[in-house]
Design a protein around this ligand. Structure first.
Ligand SMILES: [Zn+2]
Length: 594
């Protein structure tokens, strides 16, 4: 596929030369055209990320959204000519824009439209936060808050409908706790959802009733909550615009110039949100979309606390997108490209599918337990029949080695059937791969993207569930690095609460768990290797390495200014480095407040 090929830059240059020649041949000579706007960066560490060893440049010039020249001060000055704007980095560090290799920007943006109730200390605070949020919610939309804990409130219980009526007596108000399994509705919402004394509790859930009656009080659990939640209207109009812009802004704040939503279609309104963003040119950064192509209820439950709000039976998202925008899989249209489809092969850390049993079963599992398979081999095989020879990459979620095995079987069969292709299938998480599987992965050109931040948040429980061998070899970045194989790092936000890229780099370098243990010290990588995983190799994974991932002439001027050089600070403090500015094709899309 051709994406903003660097040859465009050569074309522009040769066009310029042709115009110049034409001008010289004319008489009288017209007034000189204004020099094209050019910006030259110097005065800090310009880390190009080109090559396997760190390389620095003295200066870098940007023109028309692309890197015009990079190298010594003299070389860059010569390439630029007079009249360029000079930017002094003042000792700061310039690196390529970070590329998200597995995240959920659309989903995250939608979450940002709900009130943040995390850490609410009591009912008064929860209601105050909701009231403040309500003022920003357009008429017709529900007022929703997320993330409180009933046990964390001074009242030690779920708020009632009567209490939520203080936020609004007429508009629907819903709150959902941090687990995603419990919540409450106000009177207007109970009425709208048709929940009355006559409503039976659905199987697998319940509505809390007033003592001595069947009158619903507001609190609801599990399937009862889902029954109400599923009636939430889709994000449209102003709210749709705001959700997409808020998601992109959050990604840019963390230095990302290419975002991802891998699993698009989990929400009923996802397709419309993306099409709306294309139509209105809402996005300041690129968005690589991978459309949900299969999913099961079990995976949704395992992967997302709020899963039931989404539509598990929805299929064919990729086709629906292509029906509306037939070239969306060929190149970016107003900053959106459908580069992949997504398959879930197993669940999360306590439902990962292994060839060997868990060392210690997760709560509620008895007997010999090895996690479980999510989709039949034939389904995955059929996906490869459709996509192996296309531009659309297979992105497959996998945590355990049995899931890795299923992916490898499918790819190896596709190679036999259709021959080897430059497909770059993506192994999302690839948390535990056996050494023999890494060998096979190499042969078929798959790229794993490790959720290194998970080592910090879940490393201790992985050690308990999976045992030391599997935990120490989880996210085997250094094994791949030593062999010169591509691997990347991803945050999977909102699964990781923040889409911070530097936190991923830090985690891959330090591999320190929440309790302070270092898990699998042999798999720690250098800061340079970890930075490569979010720039150069990340561009390779999404097949955009011709235009992104390094600071080289002809590539897009997607760049980040960092407060310090990750290669020169104490490795334990990499996550504390600040993103000062994010530039997408030369334009600032994020600037830190001084
Ligand atoms: Zn994910």
């Amino acid at each position: 596929m051709t994406l903003r090929d660097p040859s465009d830059a050569r074309l522009l240059l040769s066009l310029g030369a042709a115009l110049l020649l034409a001008a010289c041949g004319r008489s009288p000579v017209p007034a000189a055209a204004p020099a094209p706007a050019t910006t030259v960066y110097s005065g800090g560490d310009i880390l190009t990320m080109a090559g396997r060893e760190p390389a620095y440049a003295e200066a870098l010039a940007v023109r028309d959204g692309k890197i015009l020249a990079v190298g010594t001060r003299a070389d860059v000055d010569k390439a630029v000519g007079a009249g360029a704007t000079q930017v002094d980095l003042a000792g700061k560090t310039l690196v390529p824009g970070f590329i998200d290799t597995h995240g959920h920007m659309v989903y995250f943006g939608k979450n940002l439209m709900d009130a943040d109730l995390v850490g609410s200390a009591d009912l008064a605070e929860l209601l105050a936060r909701l009231k403040q949020h309500a003022e920003t919610v357009p008429e017709g939309a529900w007022i929703v808050g997320f993330g409180y804990k009933a046990a964390g409130l001074a009242e030690n219980r779920t708020p009632t409908a009567a209490e939520l009526d203080q936020v609004s007596a007429t508009r629907p108000v819903m709150i959902v706790d941090s687990s995603g399994h419990l919540g409450s509705a106000n009177s207007a919402l109970l009425k709208l959802a048709g929940v009355t004394a006559d409503t039976p509790d659905p199987e697998g859930g319940n509505f809390t009733r007033a003592p001595g009656s069947r009158e619903p009080l507001g609190p609801m659990e599990e399937t009862a909550l889902n029954a109400v939640r599923s009636q939430r209207p889709p994000f449209t109009g102003e709210l749709a615009d705001r959700a997409m812009k808020a998601g992109a802004a959050e990604w840019a704040k963390h230095g990302q110039t290419t975002a991802q939503d891998c699993g698009l279609g989990l929400g009923n309104d996802d397709i419309d949100l993306v099409l709306n963003a294309i139509d209105k040119k809402l996005l300041p950064i690129d968005l690589y979309v991978c459309a949900k192509d299969s999913i099961t209820d079990q995976v949704l439950d395992a992967a997302y606390g709020v899963s039931r709000a989404y539509a598990p039976d929805e299929t064919g998202v990729a086709q629906k997108l292509l029906d509306k925008r037939p070239d969306l899989n060929k190149s970016y249209i107003n900053r959106v490209r459908m580069g992949g489809v997504k398959y879930w092969l197993d669940g999360s850390l306590d439902t990962a599918w292994f060839t060997q049993p868990y060392t210690n079963n997760p709560p509620g599992k008895t007997g010999i337990y090895s996690g479980f398979q999510q989709i039949p081999d034939e389904v995955l095989q059929a996906a490869f029949d459709r996509f192996w020879t296309s531009d659309v990459q297979l992105n497959m979620h996998m945590n355990g080695d049995a899931a890795v095995e299923q992916a490898l079987r499918a790819i190896e069969a596709a190679v036999v059937k259709y021959g080897m292709r430059d497909h770059r299938p993506v192994f999302i998480h690839a948390t535990y791969m056996r050494p023999d599987q890494i060998e096979r992965m190499k042969k078929v050109g798959a790229v794993p993207t490790f959720l290194s931040a998970g080592i910090v948040t879940a490393g201790d429980s992985v050690l308990r569930l999976w045992g030391p061998e599997r935990a120490n070899n989880a996210a085997a970045a250094n094994t791949l690095e030593k062999q010169g194989l591509p691997w990347t790092l991803s945050h999977d936000a909102p699964v990781t609460p923040s889409p911070s890229v530097l936190a991923l780099v830090d985690a891959a370098v330090n591999r320190r768990t929440g309790s302070g243990n270092v898990i699998g010290p042999d798999e720690r990588v250098t800061p340079y290797a970890a930075l490569g995983a979010v720039t150069r190799s990340a561009a390779y994974q999404i097949k955009e390495d011709k235009t992104k991932g390094t600071l080289e002439a002809g590539k897009l001027a997607d760049m980040v200014v960092l407060s310090a050089n990750p290669l020169k600070v104490d490795p334990a403090t990499i996550k504390d480095i600040q993103v000062l500015q994010t530039l997408k094709e030369g334009l600032a899309v994020y600037e830190a407040k001084p």
